[in-house]
Design a protein. Structure first.
Length: 350
């Protein structure tokens, strides 16, 4: 089966083609157009994002089709998968409306795909062994979720953030440090120059007294860590030493956040006997995070699989991959397919 994927949940307009069946799926093309205009505002402006998607979606989709060796009309595809939740509703509607219109024109089925389920599938396009069963850590600007994946479509939510997502925490701390948006890669680069002993921030939501069954055993929180960095920034400003302290502050923040994510992920892997750990979402391409999780699960024989940067960001290949699996289960979306700002992953249970 050959599936065209369309992604427009936030500030990337993306289209991709994947082909195959079961877990033997290849990515034939992937086009991602990022909306750099949001850097001016230090965050995504929904109305601007929606208008940019309207301008970009047709040429982006046509390019993805051509890159896959197909005519720009879309002839030759068997189905269309489109992100319909969660995300910015206006942005999502652009993709959903276009997918439904193209599907009707080509007379092929359309399936609405969940953005976060797409992140679960993304890494398997890079690594053939990144398939269930596995422990999943999804870390992005909007979500941080720790899950057990027994099989595709069978997901158990173990823990999630109680406030900021990990990517959001990176962005907010980057702003405190005077770094550009989005902040993740800038903090990661700056932290490489930092002294890990200068600022030892306490890893949030992590203590030795936690045990399985406790409400906070898997859950995450980053607001307290963000406040600790703010206080350290103000103290450094008062001393006139902020410029010299920036690498140390970045390193201390990143180390604390990664310590929590790594330990919580290792707890989940041990509890469910998983030797495979799959990372997904934009923060998943942080090399320090990958190394931290790998160290945490190594003692129990765990292996960490992380997506390449192009598959860690919001992209249509992961949507096509998730949609292909749903289509193979006999699922189809009707003309009533709509966009939703928030929606649970299908098959998710607590």
């Amino acid at each position: 089966m050959r599936v065209l994927g369309i992604e427009s949940s936030c500030d990337e307009t993306s289209a991709a083609v994947v082909s195959g069946a079961g877990d033997r799926v290849t990515m034939d093309s992937l086009v991602i157009l990022s909306q750099d205009v949001h850097r001016i505002f230090g965050g995504v402006v929904p109305e601007i994002a929606s208008r940019a998607h309207l301008t970009a979606i047709v040429p982006v989709t046509r390019q993805a089709l051509v890159d896959a060796g197909l005519p720009p009309s879309g002839a030759g595809i068997d189905a269309i998968a489109v992100t319909h939740a969660p995300g910015l509703v206006g942005a999502l509607l652009v993709g959903v409306a276009y997918a439904k219109a193209l599907g009707a024109t080509l007379q092929v089925p359309v399936i609405g795909a969940h953005h976060m389920e797409g992140h679960l599938f993304a890494t398997s396009l890079d690594h053939a062994d990144a398939v269930p069963p596995f422990t999943a850590l999804l870390v992005s600007g909007g979500h941080t979720m720790l899950m057990d994946v027994a099989a595709w479509g069978e997901y158990r939510l173990l823990g999630s953030t109680r406030d900021d997502a990990a990517g959001e925490a990176f962005d907010k701390v980057a702003k405190l440090l005077g770094l550009p948006y989005p902040g993740g890669r800038h903090i990661e680069a700056l932290a490489l120059q930092g002294d890990p002993t200068r600022h030892r921030f306490a890893p949030p939501m992590l203590n030795r007294g936690q045990k399985p069954g406790d409400d906070d055993y898997y859950d995450l929180s980053f607001s307290g860590l963000k406040t600790a960095v703010l206080r350290a920034v103000r103290a450094a400003e008062a001393r006139g030493a902020l410029a010299d302290e920036l690498p140390q502050l970045a390193r201390g923040f990143q180390d604390a956040l990664i310590a929590t994510l790594s330990e919580k992920t290792a707890r989940a892997a041990r509890a469910f006997g998983r030797t495979r750990v799959v990372l997904g979402g934009g923060v998943a391409c942080n090399r320090a995070l990958q190394d931290g999780v790998q160290r945490a699960v190594a003692s129990s024989g765990g292996t960490v699989f992380a997506p390449a940067p192009k598959l860690a960001t919001d992209n249509a290949a992961m949507i096509a991959r998730a949609g292909l699996w749903r289509l193979e289960q006999g699922e189809r979306s009707g003309p009533e397919l709509n966009a939703y700002a928030s929606l649970a992953i299908p098959g998710l249970r607590d």
